[in-house]
Design a protein around this ligand. Structure first.
Ligand code: DLL
Length: 444
């Protein structure tokens, strides 16, 4: 008999023990960064006395790290261990210019596998499951992050990556995978295609580990329906600068809350403009300190992601039998915010309005038209098949444009198009927001 895998801790330490551990880890991290000889950290911590950092309450005494730091230190300036101690590199594709590189030691990879195993276990994945991993393999952290998490848990991982939908459906059917990890948009593509081919009922997929893209509660409902009403879509959060996927995970008995694995990733919420820490419950920018990373730790990394800390589950009943810091699912990214004729709006709010309408399917695109003096907003959304065959496209478009005007106070030209007529994203992250600056319509 092979040896059983070590158990995965999905509960976490009681609050006081956890705080003590976090404090110890933070002190050790700051002491190491200040003395490891890395020029970036020597300079960044020049004004910090490591002996003054004794607990998580001292976090505000530490400087932030921002995305620009990683860009400025490209490629390896933020690596704090000798190269012979590092064994893996990933990168996130920058929207402009150079990618951001992240590097791991074997211990970093072990932590990463552990937190992804926790995420999978929280979702109800078991060692006897076949995990169909549809996240992209390669420089992107999604594929290998969930892959090693699945193996750590004892699953049989199918490293199928993104794309090649026909093969994916065949494998899903033949292997009977119960758990699917993928972006929410690709999860929908698989469901739609399975339905169109008449094989959806033959697939055994029950749980989705979905992340890497923003997705709303309405989208959760669409995904649930697309799989025929017996599918639990759960949110997984992470970012490469911190480790990749596995920073936080939603559990099926506590929907809407992401459990942050705060023995490794210490979360704070700060005011977007002032950077001042905000009390629990208030929306702001998520800031994360990596407590255990060796090769490329970050101190108070400004993620750009907007959320809030939810009230503590405590050490008692219900979802509170778990001790992780709970945060709300993400509202959007600070840099995703659109300013349309003076009004601030996040694409996620537009998605919420669209998904509230029963005639809208799951695909849409937003165009910010910047040709005139003032930006204008245009939305193209796919109708459901019912609304398409029922000829409700024009009336639906008119209704949606009224709701957007009422709820978001933004005049929007809405176009409702036939079911199946918009392109699908089978590889990588879906792009929902486009800019128009010249005569070429970005939606074709
Ligand atoms: O997207 C890591 C990942 C892979 C997470 C697979 C979950 C599953 P990056 O490419 O560095 O890493 O992108 C990180 O994506 O700062 C968020 O803005 C966004 N993001 C990630 N997960 C979610 C989520 C991976 N669950 C950036 N909801 C982050 C909303 C998400 N946005």
């Amino acid at each position: 008999m092979p040896a059983p895998f070590d158990p995965i801790d999905v509960i976490g330490l009681p609050t006081d023990q956890k705080r003590a551990l976090q404090g110890e880890r933070l002190t050790a991290l700051v002491t190491r960064l200040a003395s490891c000889g890395n020029p970036f950290w020597s300079e960044r911590l020049a004004d910090v006395d490591p002996s003054s950092i004794n607990s998580v309450d001292d976090l505000p005494l530490l400087p932030f790290t921002v995305k620009q730091d990683l860009r400025d230190q490209y490629p390896l300036g933020m690596v704090t261990t000798p190269m012979e101690a590092t064994t893996r590199l990933h990168a996130s594709s920058g929207t402009s210019g150079k990618p951001t590189i992240v590097v791991y030691t074997p211990s970093d990879l072990a932590v990463w596998a552990e937190v992804n195993a926790r995420a999978l276990a929280l979702a109800g994945t078991r060692p006897d499951d076949v995990l169909h991993n549809g996240y992209g393999y390669g420089l992107f952290t999604g594929g290998l992050g969930l892959h090693y998490g699945g193996e750590r848990l004892g699953c049989t991982v199918v490293p199928v990556s993104g794309g090649n939908t026909a093969l994916q459906l065949q494998l899903l059917e033949d292997l009977g995978s119960r758990v699917l990890s993928a972006t929410p948009s690709f999860c929908l593509v698989l469901a739609e295609r399975a339905h169109a081919q008449g094989i959806r009922d033959r697939l055994g997929v029950e749980v989705g580990i979905l992340g890497a893209e923003p997705w709303s509660e309405g989208m959760r409902q669409r995904i649930h329906e697309a799989w025929g009403g017996c599918f639990t879509a759960l949110d997984i959060y992470g970012l490469s600068e911190v480790i990749g996927p596995g920073v936080a995970m939603e559990a099926p008995d506590d929907l809407g809350a992401l459990n942050v694995f705060d023995d490794h990733f210490l979360p704070e919420i700060v005011d977007l403009e002032t950077g001042q820490p905000l009390p629990d419950g208030e929306f702001g920018e998520l800031v994360i300190t990596t407590l255990t990373k060796e090769a490329m730790p970050v101190l108070r990394y400004r993620t750009g992601d907007i959320t809030r800390i939810l009230s503590d589950g405590g050490d008692t009943a219900g979802p509170g039998t778990r001790n992780w810091t709970r945060m709300a699912r993400l509202t959007g990214r600070a840099d995703d915010m659109l300013i349309i004729r003076g009004i601030n709006v996040y694409p996620r709010e537009i998605e919420t309005v669209l998904m509230d309408d029963p005639d809208v399917g799951a695909n849409y695109a937003i165009v910010v038209d910047r040709r005139g003096a003032m930006a204008e907003l245009r939305v193209r959304a796919e109708a459901t098949s019912d609304a398409t065959t029922g000829g409700r496209l024009d009336v639906g478009a008119e209704r949606l444009s009224k709701v957007l005007a009422d709820r978001l106070r933004i005049r929007t030209a809405v176009e409702l198009v036939a079911d199946g007529s918009m392109p699908r994203t089978e590889v990588g992250k879906v792009k929902r927001v486009f800019e128009q600056v010249g005569d070429i319509d970005p939606l074709g």
